[in-house]
Design a protein around this ligand. Structure first.
Ligand SMILES: [Zn+2]
Length: 183
């Protein structure tokens, strides 16, 4: 049986990381999608663990240690994007991997990213690389998704809506399942 780690980025006390009007806290979006994604993957018989907690900001080293200790098959970190601190036009979906990853990780990123873009109908900003700790320190294929911009009014409203959260979670689960079983 496959084991997945779902990581809702940041935590309840992380400073910043919210929409300019304060209506949307990034962690609220991240953990709502994480809950839905957990449900969808469990329905398919996948073992799912969270690396975040509701009561505290779990440090990055602890998140990757959990994933490595459980010897998970994959690690998916869920985020909402921001460009600066004020409302602006930056928008769309982007997915990150660590630089120079293997074929498995590239395929996981492709499956999740294309599924998200297709399901959500937002601008495709592409698959990018970054030296993020959760991507660098995890021993299994790891990707980080940015599901839209909190600093874009239209996308902030989407990120607040349950419909969009369901859409994101379904799309990520679709990508994970394709990666696990069909590619
Ligand atoms: Zn984030």
């Amino acid at each position: 049986m496959a084991t997945m780690i779902i990581d809702a980025g940041h935590g309840p006390k992380t400073p910043g990381k919210r929409s300019p009007d304060g209506a949307l806290l990034e962690f609220q979006f991240n953990c709502a999608v994480a809950e839905l994604l957990k449900l969808y993957l469990q329905q398919e018989g996948i073992d799912v663990f969270f690396s975040h907690e509701y009561g505290r900001d779990v440090p990055l080293w602890e998140r990757t240690a959990i994933a490595n200790r459980l010897n998970a098959d994959a690690f998916v970190s869920i985020h909402a994007n921001a460009y600066g601190n004020n409302w602006n036009e930056a928008h769309g979906i982007e997915t990150f991997t660590y630089p120079q990853v293997g074929k498995q990780t590239s395929r996981l990123a492709e499956q999740i990213h294309h599924s998200l873009v297709a399901a959500c109908g937002r601008r495709d900003r592409g698959i990018k690389t970054a030296n993020f700790a959760v991507l660098r320190e995890t021993k299994m294929p790891a990707v980080l998704v940015e599901c839209g911009f909190m600093t874009n009014r239209e996308e902030a409203n989407l990120l607040l809506s349950n419909t969009y959260r369901v859409q994101c979670a379904r799309a990520i689960s679709f990508g994970v399942l394709n990666w696990l079983y069909f590619t």
